[in-house]
Design a protein around this ligand. Sequence first.
Ligand SMILES: Nc1ncnc2c1ncn2[C@@H]1O[C@H](COP(=O)(O)OP(=O)(O)O)[C@@H](O)[C@H]1O
Ligand SMILES: [Mg+2]
Length: 275
Amino acid sequence: MSDTLTRSEAGGGTPPASGPWPIELDDVTVRYPNGVVALKNVSLSIAAGEMVAVVGLSGSGKSTMIRTINGLVQPTGGRVTVGPHAVSELRGRALREARGDIGMIFQAFNLADRASVFHNALVGRFAHMPTWRTMLGLASAEDREMVMRSLDSVGMLEKVWHRAGALSGGQKQRVAIARALSQEPAVMLADEPVASLDPPTAHAVMADLEDINASRGLTVLVNLHLMDLARQYTTRMIGLRAGEVVFDGPAATATDADFEAIYGRPVQARDRLGE
Ligand SMILES: Nc1ncnc2c1ncn2[C@@H]1O[C@H](COP(=O)(O)OP(=O)(O)O)[C@@H](O)[C@H]1O
Ligand SMILES: [Mg+2]
């Protein structure tokens, strides 16, 4: 193709971001069309390279916060900034390009079960490929190498030609992490990534996220239902209750009183995940 076209003019390909990004929420309110206020005047600064857990009951606003950070939900008040992008003000192609640098991991993995592990992880590269190449199914040698390296870093290289649907839950989540890593993101957002996994597998996936943060220096924000995991794997914990930040500090220093502020009741044995 012609060198005179920029990657963007050629159909959507933009180079990945060069380093980890900070995340800023400035007085963010989200009111859904049905009147539910899912976030109320939330202000947060997450530094580049920080690993943060967001904990809270179901319905406290954790998913809304993540969707607001990657621009899937527009705040009705306030401003969200991710690295150089004023995400809450972006639309269309500018928003898609910003999202190309934001890795996402979901509770339900969101893989194409009938496709191979390789093809699932390759989807992450689409964020930086011109549309015409994506449509032709063309991956460059560089794209393929990035996918293999991502799969290797989560221990999934030996399953590369397996069907994603045939994998265990923990393996699927690792492929989803590899897909996000193939994107070469500047921040990684994970929405209850271990909620469907048994305790040992949940620990293994949390350890993968911890490693991504430590070895790549990526900013990681992970929603968790259980405070236990936040304590073990992150230094900073943000507690949400009914859309408001009720705790923000080192996870290890959270007391039983803090637990009660977040969950609205005293801590019990069932709040522990186990080993
Ligand atoms: N698309 C939506 N439309 C209307 N209300 C929503 C929508 N998504 C979430 N909510 C409501 O917003 C609140 C926060 O939800 P959510 O962000 O999913 O919390 P969490 O992830 O902590 O369970 C809940 O009351 C939920 O019912
Ligand atoms: Mg949720």
